[in-house]
Design a protein around this ligand. Structure first.
Ligand code: ZN
Length: 154
């Protein structure tokens, strides 16, 4: 029998812990938060065993709280994620990501013939038709977009 290895991760003083991220999506979450271009200390754990999800990713970000727009984007690729806000080593807020019913202006429609991909000044708009996993439908051409396609656009 294997002995489980315990990794000691230092608790963060101020910042955000994003837990229950869909396995292998941590790097996409970092992209959404533009973290490769910031100076925050980031700890990533991927494919951690989870009793609820089988496996999950966790991201800890020192010195950063998330804007609601960022949380909305995370909900699109990690619909089970929980956002924990830490201040002075204490958990001050814990919430689940929440997906809106409509997504405007974030993604391009993958259908090249869609009106949003022509010269017309029309912003993209998708309706959320499934939340777990996420499935979007273009408001204009009805093209369906699944999580993998959404993730590819971040
Ligand atoms: Zn479309």
């Amino acid at each position: 029998m294997k002995t489980p290895i315990k990794l000691k991760v230092k608790p963060i003083r101020n910042g955000t812990v994003i837990d229950h991220i869909t396995a292998n999506r941590a790097l996409s979450v970092l992209k959404i938060l533009d973290l490769p271009n910031q100076k925050n200390t980031v700890t990533i754990a991927m494919n951690v065993l989870s009793s609820q999800m089988g496996s999950k990713d966790i991201v800890k970000i020192e010195g950063r709280e998330l804007a609601s727009k960022e949380v909305d984007k995370i909900a699109l690729i990690a619909p089970y994620a929980t956002i924990n806000i830490i201040r002075d080593y204490k958990l001050v807020d814990k919430g689940k990501v929440h997906l809106m019913n409509k997504i405007s202006g974030i993604f391009k429609c993958p259908n090249p013939n869609c009106i949003t991909n022509t010269d017309e000044p029309v912003n993209t708009k998708f309706l959320v038709i499934e939340k777990k996993p996420v499935i979007l439908r273009c408001y204009y051409c009805e093209r369906i977009m699944e999580e993998s396609e959404i993730e590819a656009q971040f």
